[in-house]
Design a protein around this ligand. Structure first.
Ligand code: SF4
Length: 120
């Protein structure tokens, strides 16, 4: 009898542990726990120090190509936030969160020096 109780307790603990492990983090901690990206609503200011350092502009045509020659190439001229790996579309047309600027939306037709081709 005691052995059966031991096995039953082990099975309960094992099952409970697996069940808890499958609860989405968001359900426990809320969307804010995933970082500001999930709740981004503010538009990134071009004067944000990180934006300045990375050459971010709302309009990719305004990028300082003397500083960021990558954008001056023929390939570079096809680079925009909305075809960058780090960009996610949002409900606000023309704007969306970017993994590089947590908490802010960037312009779909913007650009910064971290641009990486989206895989899809
Ligand atoms: S990382 Fe990509 S999506 Fe984010 S600002 Fe730079 S170019 Fe735009």
């Amino acid at each position: 009898m005691k052995k059966e109780q031991e096995i039953s307790r082990r099975k309960f603990i094992s099952t409970t542990t697996k069940a808890v492990a499958t609860i989405p983090v968001v359900a426990v901690l809320g969307e804010g726990a995933l970082g500001e990206e999930a709740a981004a609503t503010a538009k990134l200011d071009e004067s944000n120090p990180t934006a300045v350092a990375l050459g971010y502009k709302h309009d990719a045509n305004d990028v300082d190509v003397d500083r960021f020659a990558k954008r001056a190439t023929e390939e570079g001229k096809q680079q925009f936030c909305d075809n960058c790996l780090h960009y996610k579309p949002s409900d606000e047309e023309g704007w969306g969160p970017c993994a590089i600027f947590p908490g802010f939306n960037v312009a779909a037709k913007g650009w910064c020096n971290v641009w990486v081709k989206a895989t899809t």
